[in-house]
Write a protein that binds this ligand. Sequence first.
Ligand SMILES: Cc1cc2nc3c(=O)[nH]c(=O)nc-3n(C[C@H](O)[C@H](O)[C@H](O)COP(=O)(O)OP(=O)(O)OC[C@H]3O[C@@H](n4cnc5c(N)ncnc54)[C@H](O)[C@@H]3O)c2cc1C
Length: 495
Amino acid sequence: MPVNPQILGKLEHSQKALETPPLEHPTPPAKLPSRNPTRSFWINSSPDANPLAGKGSQGPLPSEADVCIIGAGITGVGVAYHLIELLNNASLSVTRPLRIVILEARDFCSGATGRNGGHLTPAAFLEFAQRQALFDTGEAIKSYKLEQHTASLLVKIIEENGWASDIDFVEGGHINLLFSEKEARNAHKDFDMARQAQLNLDGVEWLSKEEVEEEYGAPYPGFREPGRNVWPLKLVTKLYQHAQAHAGQYASLSLHTRTPVTAVMHETADNSSTYTVVTNRSNISCSRVVHATNAYASYLLPFLAGPNGIIPTRGQVMATRASVGADQIKIPSWSGNEGFAYWFPRPVKHDTEKPLIIIGGGREAVAPNYELYVDDDSETHSLVGKALREFLPSVFEGKYDPDSEPEMEWTGIMGYTRMGDPFVGPVANLLVANPDGDLHKKQYIAAGYAGHGMPRAFGCAEVIAQMIHAEISDKEWKEPDWLPQRYLTWNRRVE
Ligand SMILES: Cc1cc2nc3c(=O)[nH]c(=O)nc-3n(C[C@H](O)[C@H](O)[C@H](O)COP(=O)(O)OP(=O)(O)OC[C@H]3O[C@@H](n4cnc5c(N)ncnc54)[C@H](O)[C@@H]3O)c2cc1C
């Protein structure tokens, strides 16, 4: 597959948070997800939140599969979902259904997807100028097209299946608060450049400081963009159940939780081009492997450890009660403080009810480390927690009690990359010298969303499913027009 030199030459770009990474030499690979994670609102606040928690954790594992997906977050479940849709739509003549197996180290969807901030907000234009300068206009536009594609597809699926109220789906818009003049200047520049490039900016509206203050009580200017929030675990549960119900004659889908994969090895003895996927229960012989392990990818692919690969980065979130009614908080979701803080109110039954706010961020309190290279979600960080507790009372005077303690507080592990964008495609292409070509040939990866995965992961999962489907049907994979070139593994190098 052709390498895009324009993208390869620009990999030195680093995100703000990665400018001074606290490097250990050599950086160790991620560990397996911790056994005793903190309790998240999405997983633990209600007894029926995770009906698939321990599914397939008992009894024998299948001994063979055609596609083994490692990781049951939105990416892993998304690959299964899309593959089944593609198989059903193609109606190929099959001798037997494609056997798809999902293996998950802990409970179903207990990684980042079950522990995140709940925002499903495609970026509208922020960072456009930077991307246009680094890549080119077409590539910059695709950054936003992919997010719009992914979010609209999820919305379509939610609406067509009538899931909205089951998964607390709220289309309340998203407001970005601009705390400093520099932030405001950059945002306006991004907007102007994006408009000149004819990026779709429908639904973007600038808000003056006075407008924000009058309507919401925060003394900062900002802009509104289309945005939604959701109970992410419930969405992914629905996607899994939908995929399984539609597997039909073309596929079979099984899920095995509490089954960490400890190695992927190539079976060479019989020349059969299959992999042995090693788990704590038994081994599975698989023709294809998908790494949907996000922050933990380097555990099985150690060459992804380090600043050019996928950097586990701990994020912290809490659920805190407002001290005024929902009528004074309103429904949009928010971000502020250069994107470090993000929050939204949970839906309420009546207007005067004090809503529970889900707020994440606070990593600026632990600069310059920013919780980079931390892969343990069994603990919270006290300084990050302090920053989170102080944030809302300081921005919205009188609406939050500075002395109130959060009802829940938890952490989750994000997968950062130097570029801020994920790796999508065959694993083999990430290796320049490709010493283990055969080992990685039919292994795929979609991982490294840098803390912004809800409007990207499901689209990247679609790409992986398309690639596998093309390979199975002996056709050439056709690149979707919404996919940034730089996401593709053959345009990236990690060594
Ligand atoms: C605190 C926090 C807040 C966030 N807030 C937002 C937000 O509001 N909006 C947004 O868009 N994005 C947000 N994100 C990012 C978003 O949640 C992720 O990008 C997205 O969920 C990634 O999905 P995934 O399926 O790739 O990874 P995950 O959901 O992490 O799934 C990977 C799975 O792989 C499993 N696994 C790992 N290794 C193995 C192994 N060896 N064997 C078997 N299983 C394994 C893990 O247990 C995990 O369940 C946030 C992330 C965090 C942590």
